[in-house]
Design a protein around this ligand. Structure first.
Ligand code: FRU
Length: 490
């Protein structure tokens, strides 16, 4: 398949059922396929969208190009869950408009959702392209009813005002003091700098710009994508993806980072994060982007991320599918630092058959199913490597030094190379001379490492050969305890 503009933007109805079935089979049968994470049914998945609670369950949607491993004509696919762990596929929810004058004729781009009355309001960016391929970003609305039927609004909500370029998208709908607000990622037309823009509305129909958000970052690169405001333990947290961010402003290793800033509060009237902290990386791994957060009805803050990066390729591209979503993470704040933890229901995936507990040996599990949770406590003042997916000269390396307080993940020796231009290692500093607690989730080609109860998370894809499934410690006589649970498929 040659991915020309014409093939990427072919209307969905022009793809045959046979093509789709064959792509679905390829995605389902891949040895790299995740089994308990949200994954594309076919083709490419990117940002989580519309993460919300409505009609008695949780909802998440994802950006999809169902016809190949490339970014093409995007739609929203829908899933529902009672517990944020077991997700049921509900299929295509927002299909891009079939007509040349549809507001979303070149894709239903990212956005958010809010339960209003007995419906779920979906707000998203209609990626409109004129005949001359000029982009007009229309902010669009749709209702989803309790049966999952989506009805798009006839009119768009608003367009980019003149001060912003065509890069004006990813609306997050919020409610505060009886008004609706919308936070968007934007690029200024004149100097091509990235910003967050805030809008307000009394009725969702008439919108007015409040202004560019002051969140304490003067130079956020050339564009900010996927902004989210979420309230965590009484503080306001802004999560966003700056592109082209100067590494002097904030250090990061991935092509584009997913960052956060914490404020004492958010001033909606003046579009201002109150007393903002410095910017921090949300994830210390290789592949997290476009995280979407929301406050559940009981106030708990949750996040879910795209495990994948823009402008990057992955080894499954040759199998015609790409990417997945992270597990849902519950957010808390300790001393201004975000803690990200697995939700409680994650333990319901544990299977007792095959469960193992091991201490101080080099072999933890001789042959795993590469679909497991592993909890490891490593005593203070130990140095070595925890090796996952080990065998045949390959392993995913978790190198620790609990004397100096250091953890380095090296996916270089794990198998097929992934975006190696951006390095094969990621490192984080930990308290020196302390015990280290790791909760590791492996789902075939996905690994999520929760460090010290979520003080750091490393999320990454790795592509090991089939037979590399052992879990072991590099060195004899290390002082550690490990607990291994095979996990159920979802
Ligand atoms: C981020 C992003 C968004 C956009 C969407 C398109 O990954 O580029 O800004 O809405 O993906 O799929």
């Amino acid at each position: 398949m040659e991915w020309t503009r014409a093939t990427r933007y072919r209307p969905y109805a022009k793809w045959s059922a046979r093509q789709l079935l064959s792509l679905q089979a390829q995605a389902a049968n891949s040895p790299y396929q995740m089994r308990y994470h949200i994954r594309p049914q076919s083709g490419l998945l990117n940002d989580p969208n519309g993460f919300s609670y409505f009609n008695g369950c949780y909802h998440v949607f994802y950006q999809a190009f169902p016809f190949g491993p490339v970014h093409g004509m995007k739609s929203w696919f829908h899933l529902e869950s009672p517990d944020l762990v077991h997700w049921d596929n509900r299929g295509l929810a927002i299909e891009p408009g079939p007509d040349p004058d549809s507001y979303d004729n070149a894709g239903a781009y990212s956005g958010s959702a809010m339960a209003i009355g007995n419906q779920l309001f979906l707000m998203y960016t209609g990626n409109h392209r004129t005949d001359d391929w000029v982009r007009i970003p229309y902010q669009c609305g749709a209702w989803m009813d309790a049966d999952g039927r989506v009805t798009k609004w006839d009119h768009y909500l608003f367009k980019n005002p003149a001060q912003f370029s065509e890069h004006f998208r990813d609306p997050q709908i919020l409610k505060h003091d009886g008004l609706y607000y919308c936070l968007l990622g934007a690029q200024k037309a004149d100097d091509k700098t990235g910003h967050l823009d805030l809008w307000k509305s009394a009725d969702l129909k008439e919108w007015e710009e409040v202004g560019i958000v002051d969140f304490g970052v003067a130079n956020a690169g050339y564009m900010i994508e996927c902004p989210n405001l979420v309230f965590v333990d009484g503080k306001a947290v802004l999560v966003f993806c700056p592109q082209g961010l100067d590494k002097q402003v904030a250090a990061y290793d991935n092509i584009y980072p997913n960052m956060y800033v914490v404020g004492d509060d958010f001033d909606f009237v003046h579009a201002k994060l109150v007393n903002p902290s410095p910017m921090k990386n949300l994830d210390d791994g290789f592949d997290v982007y476009a995280s979407q957060c929301f406050n559940a009805p009981d106030g708990t803050a949750y996040a879910i991320s795209w495990v994948g990066l823009p402008d990057s390729t992955y080894p499954t591209d040759t199998e015609n599918w790409a990417n997945c979503l992270s597990q849902v993470k519950e957010l808390h704040l300790v001393n201004g630092h975000l803690l990200q933890q697995p939700v409680k229901a994650m333990t319901s995936l544990r299977r007792s058959a095959g469960e193992a507990q091991v201490a101080n040996q080099t072999t933890i599990v001789p042959a795993s199913n590469n679909q497991y949770e592993l909890a490891v406590k490593i005593a203070a003042n130990q140095q070595g490597s925890l090796q996952l997916a080990a065998g045949e000269g390959y392993h995913l390396d978790l190198n620790f030094d609990t004397a100096a307080g250091q953890l380095t993940i090296d996916r270089g020796p794990s198998g097929a190379s992934v975006n190696a231009d951006y390095g094969t290692t990621r490192q984080t500093m930990l308290p020196a001379g302390h015990e280290l607690f790791l909760r590791v989730f492996v789902d075939h080609s996905l690994c999520e490492i929760f460090v010290n109860d979520g003080a750091h998370v490393f999320t990454l894809r790795f592509f090991a050969p089939d037979q590399a499934t052992a879990i072991r410690m590099s060195t004899e006589g290390l002082d550690y305890q490990a607990h291994y649970w095979p996990l159920q498929q979802m």
